[in-house]
Design a protein around this ligand. Sequence first.
Ligand SMILES: [Zn+2]
Length: 215
Amino acid sequence: MNIDRKAQWAVRQSALPMIVRPCPDCPGIRHRPSGRFRVNANGKLLDVWLLLHCAGCGRTSKVPVHERAHVSSLEPARLVAYEANDPATVRELAMSASLAAKRVYRLDWTGAWELRRDTPRPALDDPRPLTVRVRFELPAPVRVERLLMAGFGLSRNGIRRLVADARIQLPLPPRARTHRDFELTLTGAVPPNPLPLRRPRVVIVAATRVSSPTR
Ligand SMILES: [Zn+2]
């Protein structure tokens, strides 16, 4: 009769990450792809840039994708994709960790993922243990406690308390970042003491100083 509960959570991409690098025109550092490439041909040599917009001031900037590349070194379909501003190719490069590393900028995935649960939000007061399998469909690591906040609908402190009380058991620390699948266990709550049907009346009597009896 004591059936363990099981759930599946999937971490999915919901948007493109922000491209983080300084803007020359404003104090902003966050950029979005404009959805376009710029292709420049010089004889048989090609330059291809991914165009970005600053989220602060809208300034357009360029990320080199190919520099002085010989036209024969590119797949013809790839070149067509650049020339047609193919949305899938924009997405691929806008979230490419290798392009980010090569061109020295950071990708910020905050707000670019969502958690999908196959069951309603777990009840924390259910005494049966719950095993949750967390599956990643996101190419970027996410901080474990942010997943747990989304999954259980609790604040950071609420999650930390459950982990400190060993009610949530994890294979990695809550502050770790991961994009590998893992399993966590929520152990059942200790049932609270049953409340009496009628609360006893509490009478507060003014405290008076009782002097020791004199003889
Ligand atoms: Zn700017």
